[in-house]
Design a protein around this ligand. Structure first.
Ligand code: ATP
Length: 532
């Protein structure tokens, strides 16, 4: 049995070998935490993006999509809080000279305690028939002791963060006797805050006033366009604005392949709602987003929700959808109830109104005024600053989730193993590979006819090289759902064999049936139907 580390290494080398992902600028020894998508990776990524875009924009009559610029007016990032607060607490180990995120060191420690609890539960489950897990967790002395310890650490850490008390964060690391995984020592520096935004300067003159940032999230491009879209699209609340695009973060510890990169892509949707309805919409979007992920057909046990210990300065509720990557459960998507924070901030910094008029609404204009006003003050007010529920998923992380779970080594009946990339068929980079059994006797021409027939609808490929078994194996490793082979009989009766990637079964069918067979398996509309 290979270890999860080995499996992960396998994913990385497979991604390179089959044209999915390459290290950026590899001929110059690469650039840390930056990656390029190869010929198959670019297709898979595009298909995942399409699945998201179509399910958000095409399938919702009240969601529209935009494409805002990466560069934004620098005041945007003052208003959003990123200039002052988009920091990670970092700590260095003086012996290994390695840098860590202090919050990650503490969270990893808590995870280890949770692992111990899990082991106790598993042990007990094996021992007792009709095992009641909830009862066991609430009564077993050892589990309760572990749980109390984990809760205590989390509570202490939460308070330290709320008070921005970096000395206390360090003290927690010291008290928990956390060691550097490289040097094994506890020789830590103080904890410092580090801003994650990349900056550059615009125009020929480089001085303070020309500094602009590479956006660290796509969301702000949506907020600053809220009124443009609402007015030009005559949008009625509740409505959403979706966007996909690059974001940049100078991550302290960029690791785990494309899980944490310095340049990555986000798919975000901001849903504008009436104040007071945000919790309902927050729950709705949590459910919808989980269903969207699960429609891909990946093992459902690999997904779970995790509520945030500490919600960000702009939110009143937040949860992650976590996925079980080869290195454990980690955040895949965030769902946040962002209140009216962002629009209010942009109103304040720009001096422009970002409000919504609704004759049926009577209430405070925004959440700040609500704190001091009484109903008497707002009895004639029918406008409000909308509340926002956000769904935000990393395209690259989702790519990694799908790629890593799809890669399998399968034992065959004849004792051989085959490498199979069982991607959801609708997302596969190549939908059909078309082979002439031999490169002669009119078979290549017939195969090209089929290629020309299918390429209007799908990304298909044609291959003559190698024996047919090798060609099948190669397409299995790329994840191509169907292989079509043209043989001698095809020339006589216009039939071909079509081979299914997952079952390896071959069926002989008439060429005019192929388009329909392929469509049923790979057309994204069937995936979208599952989520609507
Ligand atoms: P993390 O806690 O992992 O740093 P985050 O909470 O800062 O993530 P958000 O700001 O909520 O992440 O961003 C939304 C999504 O963008 C995340 O769920 C993740 O999928 C993706 N994402 C964030 N940072 C990165 C990164 N450095 N590389 C790849 N994807 C990322």
């Amino acid at each position: 049995m290979s270890t999860p580390e080995d499996q992960f290494k396998n994913v990385i080398s497979h991604a390179k070998e089959y044209g999915y992902i390459f290290q950026s600028s590899e001929i110059y020894d690469g650039l840390s935490a930056v990656y390029d998508y190869g010929q198959n990776g670019a297709e898979l990524k595009k298909n995942i993006r399409d699945y998201w875009w179509r399910s958000m924009v095409q399938m919702h009559e009240n969601i529209v999509g935009i494409d805002a610029a990466i560069f934004m007016h620098p005041t945007t990032w003052k208003a959003s809080g990123h200039v002052d607060a988009f920091n990670d607490p970092l700590i260095d180990n003086k012996d290994s000279k390695k840098r860590y995120r202090a919050d990650v060191l503490i969270e990893d420690h808590v995870k280890k305690i949770e692992e111990k609890i899990k082991k106790e539960v598993e042990k007990a489950a094996k021992r007792f028939e009709g095992f009641d897990e909830a009862m066991f967790r609430s009564t077993n002395a050892r589990v309760l002791e572990y749980q109390a310890k984990a809760d205590e650490i989390e509570a202490r850490f939460k308070t330290a963060l709320e008070n921005n008390d970096l000395a206390e964060v360090k003290q927690i690391i010291v008290d928990l006797e956390i060691v550097c995984p490289i040097s094994g020592s506890r020789n830590w520096t103080d904890v410092r805050q580090f801003n994650l935004m990349f900056s550059t300067s615009m125009g020929a003159v480089t001085d303070e006033s020309n500094i602009i940032y590479l956006r660290p999230e796509t969301a702000q491009g949506i907020f600053v366009n809220y009124l443009n879209v609402q007015k030009s699209g005559r949008m009625k609340i509740p409505f959403g604005i979706a966007q996909t695009g690059k974001a940049f973060r100078n991550e302290i510890v960029a690791r785990q392949f494309i899980f944490r990169m310095r340049e990555f892509e986000q798919m975000e949707m901001q849903f504008f709602v009436k104040p007071g309805t945000e919790m309902e919409w927050y729950e709705t979007w949590k459910t919808r987003r989980m269903a969207w992920h699960k429609a891909l057909g990946i093992d459902e046990k690999k997904y779970k929700f995790k509520d945030h210990i500490k919600v960000a300065h702009y939110a009143n509720a937040a949860a992650d959808i976590e996925f079980e990557f080869p290195f454990g459960f980690k955040e895949l998507e965030g769902i946040h109830s962002r209140t009216d924070f962002d629009l209010r901030q942009h109103e304040q910094f720009s001096g422009k109104k970002l409000q919504y008029f609704d004759q049926d609404y009577t209430g405070p204009l925004n959440s700040e005024l609500a704190k001091t006003q009484t109903p008497e003050d707002w009895k004639d007010n029918h406008s409000y600053v909308p509340y926002v529920v956000e769904t935000s998923v990393g395209l690259d992380r989702l790519f990694l989730a799908i790629l890593s779970t799809s890669l399998q080594e399968e034992k065959l009946e004849d004792g051989e193993t085959r490498t199979l990339l069982s991607l959801p068929p609708q997302l596969a980079p190549i939908k059909v590979a078309i082979f002439p059994l031999m490169g002669k006797d009119g078979m290549p021409e017939k195969a090209m006819e089929i290629f020309n027939l299918l390429r209007f609808d799908h990304n298909v490929t044609y291959e003559e090289k190698d024996n047919i078994g090798k060609r099948y194996r190669r397409q299995d490793a790329i994840g191509t759902p169907y292989c079509i082979t043209v043989d001698q009989q095809s020339l006589e009766d216009n039939t071909v064999t079509i081979r299914d990637r997952d079952t390896m079964k071959q069926e002989r069918v008439s060429i005019d049936k192929i388009a329909a067979i392929v469509d049923e398996k790979v057309n994204m509309k069937y995936l979208l139907k599952k989520t609507s």
